[in-house]
Design a protein around this ligand. Structure first.
Ligand SMILES: [Zn+2]
Length: 194
């Protein structure tokens, strides 16, 4: 190492230590993974997903009620009622904005029939025909999508990158009060990704 490089390295290391970071961020924008709560769910099957090209947005959509859900409850429901390997979504966003891990991010999900091999499923707790997503849920879904776009090198404005479940299957999901806000999510990902 040359003396000049050594000096640069020392200054960077010191700065890093002062800032409490292990490393200095590169000049291009880099986002950290948002806080994702892992619930250590047990799945009966495991299949690795070959590609990640699409983020599919859902609501839980329980009838007649705009309610919160835990990922553990959805996991149990999908196993017992649908006989699936476990919860179909990769992420559940609670009404308070907490992001819970469902299927492991590298697993094939069960959330959009015919499109599970190349997509991640993100579900917001609630029924958005009746209620609307909370501000905390919107903040969380934006942070999550921005990070996923970065991680998988997705262009948020490319057609078919960030879609509602209804764009793929015959369903109202994620319902009108969330569906009409997908453009807001795309803009957030795009504006904050460079
Ligand atoms: Zn859905």
């Amino acid at each position: 190492m040359k003396r000049r490089d050594f000096l640069r390295w020392s200054v960077c290391s010191m700065l890093g230590a002062l800032l409490g970071q292990g490393e200095i961020l590169p000049a291009e924008a880099a986002y950290y993974e948002p806080m994702i709560y892992k619930r250590f769910l047990q799945f009966t099957e495991y299949e690795v997903r070959p590609a990640t090209e699409m983020l599919v947005i859902h609501h839980t959509g329980f009838p007649n009620e705009d309610k919160d859900s835990t990922v553990q409850a959805i996991h149990k429901f999908h196993q017992e009622t649908f006989k699936w390997a476990g919860v179909g979504y990769h992420y559940l966003i609670r009404k308070n904005g907490m992001i819970e891990q469902g299927r492991r991010p590298d697993m094939v999900g069960a959330h959009a029939y015919g499109h599970n091999k190349n997509s991640l499923g993100i579900c917001l707790a609630g029924n958005f025909d009746i209620g609307k997503p909370t501000a905390a849920q919107m903040d969380a879904v934006k942070e999550l999508c921005r990070w996923l776009c970065q991680k998988y090198k997705l262009d948020p404005f490319q057609k078919g990158t960030i879609v509602g479940h209804r764009d793929l299957n015959d369903t109202a999901c994620p319902s009108k009060r969330l569906y009409r806000r997908l453009e807001e999510i795309r803009w957030y990902c795009a504006e904050h990704s460079h």
